[in-house]
Unconditional design. Sequence first.
Length: 161
Amino acid sequence: MRKRRASRTANVTVQVCIALALSACGGGVGGSCSPPPPPPPVPPPTVTIAATPRIVRSGATTQVTWTTTDATSCTASNGWTGARSTAGSETVGPFTQNTTLTLTCTGGGGSAAAGTSVTFRLGVNIAPTAVAGPDQTVFSTVQVGLTGSNSFDDAGIASMS
């Protein structure tokens, strides 16, 4: 009797395996059975980082904002250090020199890094001066050209055009 039980158990197991194989192969009628395709590769992470303002004076700070895709962990370096979340914002500084803040992130598809430059300037900020050109008296229908060539911005962030 023990042989019959072993035989019945083996027979049921074989039938279940055959049924599963046939259903996986489209019923087994005229189809072919091949392994499923491999999963798509995991994409490498992407990192985006920005600092506002990018030009700072002595003792000033900047707001650093970053986002990532397909990253599981991040590490800051060059002017800020340590583990960071995969997205966030924080105040960094004060600065005493030009610095490139770098964020390196890793994920299932590898690693990626991005940086943002912060320019340090000594002294206090000088307000920009806009000079449009010499005074002119014209009729209301005459087009006037403004040059802006004598304008000044010590931080280089304003432009005259």
